[in-house]
Design a protein around this ligand. Structure first.
Ligand code: SF4
Length: 214
């Protein structure tokens, strides 16, 4: 697989926030979010080609059985992920994805963290109603990156169009600095209270700032 980095940290976003986890960041992404904090992964060639055995050797150095496979867009390399996870039983596996590619390895994954891109990402339009319903609902959370109050309407439209469960919705502030997150968190938290959705901060940014490998 083309690997951008492997590191040990804590899960900074979503339902497992605070849990120690080994991060495998895969290279390559077909989207171009303007606020992307991992642009260094976009080009597949930016990653180091690593064998399954070499990846496992590195993973086993860490005292943890929780994997977060992220990117880039990890679902571009699903065959490699499949090969890896078959050789790695006993790990809890989360995948962080944009939710724009069909998932084909559901049996091997414990949790999908889909982050459908709203227009604030400035991507070309993505046909989410054709893809998001294909994720296994019982394993999937939908984490929306919120930049401004107008995003709420778009979130509601996507929930309706894609048939997403209201109980699986997470809002997270867009921001790559502590200041941005602190400014947006209070009003986003109020929306979450009103709509009965979850709120997620970006704990790794709050702790370490916008750095690689944390
Ligand atoms: S999908 Fe993720 S990796 Fe790709 S451009 Fe958007 S934020 Fe960056």
């Amino acid at each position: 697989m083309h690997i951008s980095e492997i590191f040990y940290s804590i899960q900074g976003e979503g339902t497992n926030i605070g849990a120690p986890a080994i991060f495998i960041r895969l290279a390559g992404c077909h989207l171009r979010c303007i606020w992307c904090d991992s642009k260094f992964t976009w080009d597949m060639k930016s990653g180091e080609e690593m064998s399954t055995a070499a990846i496992i050797k590195q993973i086993k150095k860490y005292p943890c059985k929780h994997l977060v496979i992220t990117g880039g867009e990890p679902l571009i390399q699903q065959s490699g992920i499949k090969e890896l996870l078959i050789e790695l039983p006993g790990y809890y596996v989360e995948i962080e994805t944009s939710g724009s590619l069909l998932p084909q390895i559901n049996d091997l994954i414990d949790q999908y963290n889909c982050s459908p891109k709203l227009s604030n990402s400035k991507n070309r339009p993505i046909n989410y109603s054709a893809v998001l319903p294909k994720f296994p609902q019982e394993k999937t959370w939908y984490k929306f990156v919120i930049d401004n109050k107008k995003d709420l309407k778009e979130v509601k439209t996507m929930i309706k169009k894609c048939g997403l469960s209201n109980e699986k919705i997470i809002l997270m502030p867009q921001g790559i600095t502590r200041k941005e997150i602190a400014e947006k968190s209070p009003w986003i938290a109020e929306i979450c209270k009103k709509e009965n959705w979850r709120f997620s901060t970006r704990l790794h940014i709050e702790i370490w700032g916008n750095k690689r490998g944390v």
